[in-house]
Design a protein around this ligand. Sequence first.
Ligand code: JBH
Length: 243
Amino acid sequence: MKIDVITIFPAYFEALELSLLGKARDRGLLDVCVRDLRDFAHDRHRTVDDTPAGGGAGMVEPWGEALDEVLAEGAPEGSRAPLIVFPSPAGEVFTQRMARELAEEPHLIFGCGRYEGIDQRVFDEYADRGRVRIVSLGDYVLNGGEVAVLAMVEAIGRLIPGVVGNPESLVEESHEEDGLLEYPSYTKPATWRGRDVPSVLLSGNHAAIAAWRREQSLERTRRIRPDLLPGDEGDAGDAESVA
Ligand code: JBH
């Protein structure tokens, strides 16, 4: 998968050199290219604010030129038109379902705007010419799209085949499998500071363990995220829509 990121803070994306995604890049599974929006500014102060001091082209021009350049380069696979994603608190909420959809794309382009947003005409221009999605990480305020894009790239990147070594670990997680929260996990030793691992987990009875985990998932979901349960008001109840 090819991922292009346009940002005024390229340093945020150094984190993508670490850990699993860094390895995926080394192995050629993921090709991430981060570009500085300021390289497309028209003045020597490299202004990308919406009202440049003393007048000028403003912010629309740099966005247009940066996106045109990325689009002109095309994606190696080239088959499907790239999808442009703009993080914004005014977008549709990013979910595991959306991560799965985006993981199927050969080429994603992320445009990181400030909280105040990007000029509407930029969205309109590229929606006319191709595919655009405006996506929010959640109902809280960030200063800009960078942290949202980091989260999305991690959620999407780990779904690319080969990125996570054991594909089974992809399913047995909150929001996957059945759309419920994950059950509590325990490791060794069997007793730590007087706290025991629940005895059923040491019983070797796989059916009993599965039933216990299911009950724990349900109880947790009821208590913390009742909106995820089937039959809840709103559309999040159906496992497919959350998971
Ligand atoms: C994007 O994804 C977002 N969620 C919350 N705040 C934001 C601020 C700027 C860009 C977001």
